[in-house]
Design a protein around this ligand. Structure first.
Ligand SMILES: C[S@@+](CC[C@H](N)C(=O)[O-])C[C@H]1O[C@@H](n2cnc3c(N)ncnc32)[C@H](O)[C@@H]1O
Length: 261
């Protein structure tokens, strides 16, 4: 059962909509107004989000639903905007093919973590989730390489000299991260833990937001969940539009952002 979308919060930095993202995207978000989209939808793997069950009658119907909101997200992006998409390993190929007809996919990222809850015994257990990083214009997009530097082992630990340079110079101590990202999953008792079945780590969103937006830029998350994107955007002084259909998650999100006691 769907309810009409409700704008439940708006201030100078944050807007929160409670409702179906398809409807909010169609009716409330102007075209070409968003610098960065981060989309982490239900994966069609049978998780429960409150009363909503993340299970479609077929993979085809799930993919067709994803294509609808993905097309709207692309329509909402500014000409120099970026989009990050998370999906299950099995469905990502469909969405990759669909998106590459309209965006330029610059990175296929693997977010890998230490252990999954259930250990597989008859196949190789899944220890990663794929993330696509795509832009509208590959010649003009935001990428703040300096803001996301990580340690470069060759330079920082082994202290090697690069003899290909003239004169030879030490290797740099830092570098832009590659496309395999190690961040541990959010677990009970971690300070950032919220009661949500698929909460993403703040460190993951921090890297994405720092790399692909400037302070003051407009970010959109059509599946806010526990409002991780909004919490990190708040800390990093970006503008944020969050959409979430579950009223309990919206209330918890407003608390996480400090708007409710
Ligand atoms: C994978 S979770 C997002 C998790 C989030 N990235 C976080 O870090 O907490 C997907 C969320 O989408 C919400 N959702 C499912 N269908 C939706 C729809 N049609 N419109 C808006 N939200 C929806 C679910 O309630 C769930 O909280």
């Amino acid at each position: 059962m769907s309810h009409p979308p409700l704008k439940v919060w708006e201030d100078a930095q944050q807007s929160v909509y409670q409702g179906d993202c398809l409807e909010v995207l169609r009716t409330a978000i102007p075209d070409s107004s968003i610098d960065l989209v981060f989309a982490d939808p239900p994966y069609n793997i049978g998780k429960r989000f409150g009363t909503f069950s993340d299970s479609w009658p077929s993979e085809a119907s799930y993919v067709s639903w994803c294509q609808q909101w993905l097309d709207l997200c692309v329509q909402k992006l500014k000409p120099h905007g970026s989009l990050y998409l998370m999906a299950s390993t099995q469905c990502m190929p469909w969405l990759d093919l669909h998106l590459r007809a309209q965006l330029h996919i610059l990175s296929r990222i693997v977010w890998t973590y230490d252990s999954s809850g259930v250990q597989a015994r008859r196949h190789f257990g899944s220890l990663y989730e794929p993330i696509l990083f795509a832009v509208k214009n590959p010649r003009h997009y935001t990428f703040n390489a300096e803001a996301i530097q990580v340690e470069a082992k060759t330079g920082a630990q082994r202290q090697l000299i690069d003899y290909r340079k003239n004169p030879p110079a030490p290797y740099s101590n830092t570098k832009v991260p590659g496309n395999v990202w190690h961040f541990s999953r959010v677990r009970y008792r971690m300070p950032e833990y919220q009661q949500h079945p698929t909460q993403k780590p703040e460190a993951l969103l921090e890297r994405i937001i720092l790399a692909s937006s400037q302070p003051g830029d407009q970010i959109l998350d059509p599946f806010a969940g526990s409002f991780t994107t909004a919490a990190v955007a708040q800390r990093l002084q970006r503008q944020m539009i969050s959409i979430e259909q579950n009223p309990d998650y919206v209330q918890a999100g407003l608390k996480r952002l400090g708007f409710l006691d």
